[in-house]
Design a protein around this ligand. Structure first.
Ligand SMILES: Cc1ncc(COP(=O)(O)O)c(C=O)c1O
Length: 508
């Protein structure tokens, strides 16, 4: 269960007692005093702190305070985390161990190349493995997240068309089931977004696609399996439609976990892919990063990759900036190196068979869950309910909403009350009252059973006493937040001083 903590949980500044101590620093000798004095003398008078009001606490109070705070958090290490589209799989601790080795943690991007041959080799190898896994020619590891990869991919598409004298191609086709970052990235890269609808099976409507393409088509952005967890079976025909008019296919790799080691985007006809190392390749994810969204391209797009690229001349690894057609630099230095190391550790420890098993298990977990949910009142499975899903599925709480007034949002809050993390909600936009659930390959059957039991319990409560569900959560640190204020910087309380002032009613 979540800790039953409330806003009244004290700050460390509200704890303690004058004169109480947890640590007595060693006496400072005269030599140190004179060095510190010299340093202090260089700090301008107006910048010197005149007093330091630290709370006075014993060691046990400090330990208890921070332990209490850590218990208020929830993560993949605490329990089920079935955020659809986020692939919140277990993050093996060996990855963390390797990423915190001195040779990784302390390597500096401005070091001479001769001193970082190991790091360059690792990047070179990861690039090759990702190319093999996806069926691409070459990768760059620089983009910092999936959305950044999309943006870089769109810049490459633009550069490619321009180079061929087809700069007039200014339309990017995107299905209505796509993640919001797809149209945002395309628009940022200067494209006009053309939306194609999904058909009754939840796949790209081929007829609509055919009538959307033209000589202005720059490309199509697609994720497969799509955000409903459905594999786009017409992918080869979709690729033909786009290629026939001179466009390129962009693969949003956020859902690669559903097909890893089984089928490759490159073989489906995609020209560019991004991968979310922080999803499929097991880096911790959430709270804003750090992530990594490498992109891979087919051979014809290789000259446009951002600089630098890691090369090997048979003797040494080096960074090559001499690439006249490159779109240029997209990130400081060479990407989030620690995340790349974690992906390397993951790929090596899983091996080819293990990666394939991850896709198979994630698919088995989804379909087992769906089977268990098939008779639970209030939830439906829109779009071709008889069709198996891949790594994730999207239930709709629309029947429950219609019959009891309890919405997907209420179900999510009621899950929190029972100590479980909520699924992704209200996405994809083509499903009303969407609950998008992804257990990933690392969840156990017992935990899926427990999740089903709770969803059923919430359904029973919705039909017997809807107001209880609608007034949840009651057991969490905070109750229902104002969705707008909770996301607005004006209402954030970033420092304890502001918090204390607000507490005392002095405003922020
Ligand atoms: C389908 C899909 N595409 C793209 C993205 C964007 O990836 P990132 O969050 O790494 O920017 C996500 C993220 O959840 C996603 O689910």
């Amino acid at each position: 269960m979540f800790r039953q903590a409330k806003w009244s949980e004290p700050l460390i500044f509200e704890l303690g007692y004058e004169g109480r101590r947890g640590y007595i620093p060693p006496r400072v000798d005269d030599e140190v005093k004179s060095v510190v004095g010299d340093v202090l003398a260089r700090i301008p008078e107006n910048l010197r702190r005149k007093e330091l009001n630290l709370p006075q606490l014993s060691e046990v109070e400090v330990v208890r305070h921070y332990t209490r705070l850590s218990e208020m958090n929830y993560g993949v290490d605490s329990g089920v985390y079935p955020l659809g589209s986020c692939t919140m799989k277990y993050n093996p601790k060996v990855n963390e161990e390797l990423a915190s080795l001195d040779s990784v943690a302390y390597v500096h991007p401005l070091q001479d190349e001769s001193t970082i041959q190991g790091s360059l080799r690792l990047m070179y190898m990861v690039e090759k493995w990702l190319a093999e896994i996806t069926g691409m020619y070459r990768f760059t590891l620089q983009p910092a997240a999936g959305a950044h990869g999309e943006y870089v991919g769109c810049l490459i598409i633009r550069a490619y068309h321009k180079f061929r004298g087809e700069g007039f191609r200014d339309e990017m086709i995107i299905p209505d089931s796509a993640h919001g970052t797809n149209p945002a990235s395309a628009a940022m890269a200067g494209f006009k977004v053309v939306v194609v609808p999904s058909d009754e099976k939840g796949c790209v409507d081929l007829k609509a696609l055919k009538s959307a393409v033209s000589e202005r088509t720059a490309g199509l952005m697609l994720t497969n399996p799509n955000t409903l967890g459905i594999f786009e079976e017409n992918i080869v025909e979709i690729a033909e439609v786009i290629h026939d008019v001179g466009g390129l296919l962009y693969y949003d790799g956020a859902n690669l976990n559903g097909i890893l080691g089984i089928v490759r985007p490159g073989d489906m006809g995609f020209d560019i892919v991004h991968l979310n190392l922080h999803k499929t390749f097991s880096t911790p994810h959430g709270g804003g990063g750090p992530g990594s969204g490498p992109i891979g391209v087919k051979e014809k797009l290789e000259p446009f990759l951002p600089v630098p690229v890691v090369e090997f001349d048979g003797k040494r690894y080096y960074l090559n900036y001499d690439r006249p057609l490159s779109i240029g630099k997209v990130r400081s230095f060479y990407g989030n190196f620690a995340v790349i190391v974690k992906a390397a550790a993951y790929i090596l420890s899983m091996g080819a068979q293990g990666l394939r098993a991850a896709a198979e298990l994630s698919t088995v977990n989804t379909n087992y869950f769906l089977k268990c949910m098939s008779n639970v009142k209030g939830y439906s499975l829109p779009y071709d309910p008889g069709k198996p899903r891949k790594h994730e599925c999207v239930l709709s709480a629309e029947p429950m909403e219609r019959e009891t007034g309890v919405r997907a949002l209420d179900v999510a809050k009621a899950l929190l009350d029972r100590g479980l993390h909520a699924p992704t909600m209200y996405f994809p936009l083509i499903v009303k009252e969407a609950l998008m659930i992804e257990f990933t390959d690392t969840e156990t059957k017992e935990n899926i059973d427990a999740y089903v039991k709770v969803l059923k319990e919430i359904s029973d409560e919705a039909y017997s006493n809807p107001s209880t569900v609608k007034s949840s959560p009651r057991n969490t640190s905070v109750g229902r937040l104002d969705d707008v204020k909770a996301n607005h910087p004006r209402f954030l309380v970033p420092s304890w001083k502001v918090y204390m002032r607000r507490l005392k009613g002095a405003g922020g």
